[in-house]
Design a protein around this ligand. Structure first.
Ligand code: SAM
Length: 390
């Protein structure tokens, strides 16, 4: 079993979730053609060394902070230089004996992602190793990405949460990295495919292949990037319009006037959060938005959307709620009827006569199929290794 030598607490702290072999292979398919006899390959968070393959490069380097993992890696691999060290302190090529120039450096692997401040499993999180000030971040994965820039790697092919790229705040945190690297290929996989990961709400991971590029990349480049999802299909953020363009998703900083007639809605972050949270709520709290009633139809949309979330594949997990406003306007009475059926107290706020359940369901089914097209879950598009050479 992978990472079997670690207790649960240490797995969380070190972000030790080893990569299934089919994804290691996929990463190698991306970098293979960039390797020559002058190339050095490094995995600075190598675990048992599963990413350390030999494709004719001159040097292969494995590093991990976990002594036991390195011992196992030594037995698993051949012709690899190992370092039992913290990859995030005193980061430099010299640390690993890599020449400054003339050697093409490729980073490969699956660095840990561990948000040190998040509340999930907060009690057992205790990461206490040094991180160089210029690459420090509350998320270990972001520090690792910054460390590759410090190593001036020519190519970086690693697995990381898709949210690093598609959430604008995360993208901004990656500034030093995104100023010097450009995504040239990206394959989306589900965290649910990792043994021991949380199965109920899988999040999207990208096998990302970056090339060093002095022009770097802007967020708009990511918005229109065609991420591969298997079977020759792609997912592109800019193919959709999103609910953020219609309603307020977060509680406003200013004091909200609350009256007996106010309506409340749970804060929306992304699709995975919507999966866990409620929509309309009857009491005000720190996590609720006081609705602007002129936008009530759009909140009804999100409420209906939540009941149809099973239609979306995993890679929408960190996205905002997509909407096709023209189609929505055509079937609005069905959305509102569905919301009223689930929240009868809202009926008095809408000026419609609710429609029968059967008719509503047929119409909603049509809407979601048109909205999602090739991404609709019934047309399953899960990644299949056999078709990985698109
Ligand atoms: C997601 S696992 C990946 C292991 C292996 N590359 C694989 O994918 O099978 C992350 C690895 O990072 C290591 N790690 C965590 N913090 C580290 C640090 N500061 N320096 C070096 N390695 C670290 C952990 O011990 C763990 O082996």
């Amino acid at each position: 079993m992978s990472q079997a030598h670690l207790e649960y607490k240490d797995r969380v702290n070190l972000g030790s979730y080893y990569t299934p072999p089919k994804f290691v292979q996929l990463a190698w398919e991306l970098i293979e053609s960039s390797i020559d006899s002058q190339t050095a390959i490094i995995d600075s968070a190598c675990g048992y060394g599963d990413f350390l393959k030999n494709y004719g490069q001159s040097v292969t380097i494995g590093c991990d902070i976990d002594e036991d993992a390195i011992e196992i890696a030594r037995k698993n691999t051949d012709k690899v230089q190992f370092f039992r060290t913290n990859a995030l302190s005193n980061v430099s090529r010299e640390k690993f004996g890599i020449p400054q120039q003339s050697t093409r450096l490729i980073v490969v692997g699956n660095p840990p992602y561990n948000d040190r401040t998040s509340l999930i499993r907060h009690k057992i999180k205790n990461v206490d190793f040094e991180v160089d000030e210029d690459i420090a971040s509350r998320d270990l994965g972001i520090s690792f990405l910054r460390s590759y820039n410090k190593l001036a790697a020519d190519f970086v092919c690693i697995l990381h949460p898709l949210s690093y790229l598609i959430k604008q705040t995360n993208f901004r945190h990656l500034k030093e990295f995104t100023a010097n690297y450009k995504l040239i290929d990206g394959v989306l996989i589900s965290s649910g495919e990792f043994p021991e990961s949380a199965k109920h709400t899988p999040f999207p991971i990208v096998i990302a292949f970056y090339q060093r590029d002095t022009k770097g990349m802007e967020y708009d480049y990511i918005r229109s990037f065609p991420f591969r999802i298997g079977d020759g299909l792609h997912f592109c953020l800019s193919d959709f319009d999103y609910i953020i363009n219609y309603i307020n998703k977060y509680p406003s900083k200013q004091h909200q006037p609350i009256s007996d007639d106010s309506l409340f809605f749970w804060t929306m972050r992304d699709i995975n959060a919507l999966k866990r949270n409620r929509t309309f709520v009857q009491n005000y709290s720190n996590n609720t938005i006081v609705l602007d009633k002129s936008k009530l139809d759009y909140y009804a949309y999100v409420d209906v959307f939540k009941r149809n979330i099973h239609r979306l594949p995993f890679y929408f997990g960190n996205c905002d709620v997509p909407i096709d406003d023209t189609l929505f306007k055509q079937s609005k009475h069905c959305f509102i009827s569905d919301t009223i059926r689930h929240h009868p107290y809202l009926e008095k706020h809408f000026q419609i006569n609710p429609i029968e359940k059967e008719e509503v369901e047929t119409e909603l089914d049509k809407y979601f199929r048109l909205l999602l097209g090739k991404h609709h879950q019934c047309n399953k598009v899960f990644y299949d290794l056999k078709s990985s050479l698109f």
